[in-house]
Ligand binder design. Structure first.
Ligand code: SF4
Length: 198
């Protein structure tokens, strides 16, 4: 039976060494690969080879899990885009380092953009940020799929540090309050904005 493996590295940036390692593994086990929204997907993998591949992943490369934080996407923000109001990369790396792969009731995706053009698609992520001149706007409850939905604004005017605190609060809230397999957007519909009156 064939299966697939999706691979992640910090901030979705793969070093040359990591890419060479992935190519070597694909050659060794007869797999093919392609880029998907959550990372690099190895496909045509024999199911019996999957544990062997996972045990030989290059340093810093992890398997993307389904039920948990499985994607943290950022645009370049003020470190590479003239439109940006906010710096995104240090915040994205901090969240990725601390929370990527954290088990949760269902998949959870985070998108961070430096301005309202929203290149990292924060409005269709479970949790999103976009930058304005006076700070980040925190959104949540967005989703893609067959029935896409835009996220709702929870808080405005956040510094990067405040944005990180709020996102960490939302991850804890989701872990504690969600029913088994409940998506973040459905929890938000059920309980409302957790920052109202806080
Ligand atoms: S979202 Fe804004 S800041 Fe980020 S890459 Fe796009 S245009 Fe630039």
């Amino acid at each position: 039976m064939k299966t697939t493996i999706i691979l992640h590295s910090l901030f979705s940036e793969f070093s040359k060494e990591q890419l060479h390692g992935i190519i070597d593994l694909a050659d060794k086990y007869g797999a093919s690969f392609r880029v998907v929204v959550t990372g690099i997907q190895l496909y045509n993998v024999e199911a019996e080879d999957k544990p062997k591949i996972l045990s030989q992943l290059p340093k810093g490369v992890k398997q993307v899990i389904h039920a948990g934080v499985n994607s943290i996407t950022c645009c370049r923000g003020t470190d590479g885009c003239s439109h940006a109001f906010m710096q995104t990369i240090p915040l994205g790396k901090a969240l990725d380092t601390k929370h990527f792969g954290r088990p949760l009731p269902n998949k959870l995706r985070i998108g961070i953009s430096g301005c309202t053009r929203c290149c990292a698609e924060p409005m269709i992520k479970d949790i999103g940020l976009y930058g304005l001149p006076d700070g980040f706007v925190l959104t949540a409850g967005g989703k893609s799929g067959a029935h896409p939905k835009g996220g709702e604004i929870l808080v405005k005017g956040l510094s990067p540090e405040e944005a990180q605190e709020k996102i960490e609060y939302l991850l804890d809230w989701y872990e504690k309050e969600a029913m088994p397999k409940e998506r973040f957007t459905h929890l938000l519909e059920r309980l409302g904005n957790p920052f109202t009156d806080k």
